[in-house]
Design a protein around this ligand. Structure first.
Ligand code: ASP
Length: 627
């Protein structure tokens, strides 16, 4: 067998060599068609290959003419290789090379030679190909921007010509990383007995949480499918079905008002498990994260990740996704600053400060900038109080008029400040809002001081979320995560009287101030699930109409189950140190949710509308357009 194989593979090599030789036998069209397009990629040739005859294929990155020589940088997915055409050796060939435009697709055959002036920035920079033949496979119009890492194309232009943008090394490598991560994830989960199951994209609408994208059904006039916001209920049904451990790299769709760095469609690593406690879930997915960080970035996460309660996260960082790459924890200053001396503080429902190390020398201008920062509508504070504990022991503050030195020394102690530090204080009549403002200020200071280093990773779990949160907009309690989240068993007695005090068996995976994943233990008891719907304001009829399939399924032996979902786009962008998730999505939407390349969404023909029994309310549409 082995012997047969050797003979066969030898034959293949001989045949390939033969075809290569025949390949540029000019008039012989047949040999040209059956020849290999390329024998090497543009990224693999090194000095050790010198003397070899090779054929490469790729895009013309750039051409340079120097005397009788023409140099072409040929690019493919793997790299760039320099090709040399020598007028003295083959004038016609060199002439053809001079006619090449940017992004022409060409096939070049030649001999690998050592370069006299080497390019240390390129892995192939020690060699060049002395061309002996060239074949233009495809011409190109002048590209609208340069296909280089430092391109001259703006965001919109690059989105419109995304297929050209994707040719750029810096964009393509993000998608390669994404691919690598999904392979690692699949293999990891497979090794832990998870089964990948595809769930449908056309499902029913469950307008709880974000808005659904809906799809009209031609076969069922007047009825609509919805695209899944997540496969949440379906994966729970898979647990009832006995799958025990499920995962899916799942496309999810949410018709939300677009905030920065959100996409209407995104990808989740969606998982569910039966017969597990919260700690079991955290352990498995911590292992998965540890595996990814190790394999992709060579970073060792700690043996056990910190678990912080939601309450502590809000108290110390004003956020349920704290960035732990730096300190500056909040210190509550109600006792210290309420002294009947300064009305703003005396009336406040919350006063909190952060200590910024080594910034007592901040100038007037820098402090004004910070004041303007907190007053921006996006932050919304009324003003900023600062106290500089100068390196020489003197104190200078914006409240010198109201507080004496002893007061400010007491503050220094409370803040744990040292000489040289700057204390920044915010106050307000709504504790939560003020904490969120202070969170923005803390992150801004982290940014200014370069503490949000993209090569540093601080991951933690946030646990003990409140089960419900109050919605000002809807004037009712809403599920913090979703209506299937299990209440903490200790808090179930509070469900009727004090639902707002009930903690959820829910957890978020946070990295560098970004919520990368989240999930919960689920309710598997039909009665408790009905109770949840009741608290969330569903009538039994509405609950049945929307979630009857789940309530019914729970009647047939639902195992205790739990799960979570990681945002793949976010995970990849953190690993790659990207500013936006768009950069790791092949064909993303812009900030208004449009695909500018496909020009979608777009109007559809009247016949299509008729077929779907739909009418567009032109009057309302025009009203909105003219607004
Ligand atoms: N389905 C949830 C979400 O999309 C995650 C989970 O609870 O598993 O946020």
């Amino acid at each position: 067998m082995l012997c047969d194989f050797l003979i066969f593979s030898d034959l293949v090599v001989i045949l390939a060599d033969l075809l290569l030789i025949l390949q540029f036998d000019k008039d012989n069209i047949i040999t040209f068609h059956i020849a290999m397009y390329r024998t090497k990629t543009c990224g693999e040739l090194r000095l050790a290959n010198a003397g070899e005859q090779v054929t490469l294929a790729g895009w013309v990155q750039r051409t340079r003419k120097m005397g009788g020589m023409t140099f072409v940088d040929l690019r493919d997915r793997y790299g760039i290789t320099q090709i040399v055409f020598n007028n003295e050796v083959d004038a016609a060939l060199c002439d053809n090379a001079n006619k090449l435009g940017r992004e022409f697709v060409v096939q070049v055959t030649g001999t690998v030679a050592e370069r006299s002036s080497k390019n240390a920035n390129l892995p192939t920079g020690d060699v060049e190909i002395i061309a002996t033949a060239m074949n233009v496979l495809s011409e190109s119009a002048t590209p609208p921007f340069t296909i280089e890492d430092n391109t001259d194309g703006g965001d919109d232009l690059r989105m419109k010509y995304r297929y050209l943008d994707l040719r750029r090394n810096c964009v393509r490598k993000n998608l390669e990383l994404r691919h690598r991560m999904t392979i690692l994830i699949r293999n990891f989960l497979d090794s832990r007995d998870f089964i990948e199951v595809e769930t449908p994209i056309l499902i029913g609408s469950t307008p709880e949480g974000a808005r659904d994208f809906v799809v009209p059904s031609r076969m069922n006039p007047g009825q609509f499918y919805a695209l899944p916001q997540s496969p949440q209920t379906l994966k729970q049904l898979l647990m009832v079905a006995g799958f025990d451990r499920y995962f899916q790299i799942a496309k999810c769709f949410r018709d939300e008002d677009l905030r920065a760095d959100r996409q209407p469609e995104f990808t989740q690593i969606d998982c569910e498990m039966s017969y597990v406690h919260q700690d079991d879930v955290l352990e498995i997915f911590e292992d998965m994260a540890r595996h990814l960080f190790k394999e992709v970035r060579g970073v060792e996460l700690p043996a056990k990740l910190q678990q912080m309660t939601w309450h502590d996260a809000m108290r110390l960082y004003g956020s349920d996704k704290p960035d732990l790459r730096f300190g500056m924890q909040f210190v509550e200053l109600m006792d210290v600053m309420k002294k009947g001396k300064f009305g703003v503080f005396d009336d406040a429902a919350y006063i909190g400060g952060i200590c910024v190390p080594g910034c007592a020398d901040y100038s007037r201008k820098q402090l004004d900038e910070l004041t303007n920062f907190v007053k921006r509508p996006q932050v919304g504070a009324k003003g900023l109080v600062y106290v500089k504990y100068n390196a020489d022991g003197t104190i200078k503050s914006s409240v010198d008029k109201f507080y004496d030195e002893a007061d400010l020394l007491e503050l220094k102690k409370a803040m744990g400040a040292s000489d040289g530090d700057l204390v920044l204080i915010l106050s307000g009549d709504n504790a939560n809002k003020t904490r969120i403002q202070l969170c923005s200020l803390r992150l801004e200071m982290g940014e200014r001081l370069g503490l949000r280093d993209k090569d540093k990773f601080e991951c933690l779990w946030i646990v003990d979320f409140p089960l419900f949160e109050w919605s000002d907009e809807e004037q009712r309690l809403m599920a913090t995560h979703h209506p299937f989240t299990m209440p903490n068993p200790d808090d179930i007695p509070l469900l009727d009287e004090h639902p707002e005090r009930v903690r959820a068996m829910a957890y978020d995976f946070v990295c560098n101030g970004i919520e990368v994943g989240g999930g919960s233990l689920r309710i598997h008891d039909g009665k408790l699930q009905e109770k949840m719907f009741e608290i969330l304001g569903f009538t039994p009829e509405r609950a049945m109409a929307q979630f009857g399939f789940l309530i019914n399924a729970f009647k047939y032996g639902a195992p205790p189950h739990a799960g979570l979902a990681f945002g793949l786009d976010r995970f990849v962008s953190i690993m790659a140190g990207l500013d936006s998730i768009r950069d790791c999505i092949a064909f993303p939407k812009n900030n208004s949710g449009r695909d500018v390349m496909l020009d979608a969404p777009s109007e559809i023909a009247q016949e299509q509308l008729d077929e779907l029994y739909l009418n567009v309310d032109e009057q309302r549409v025009n009203l909105l357009k003219n607004k």
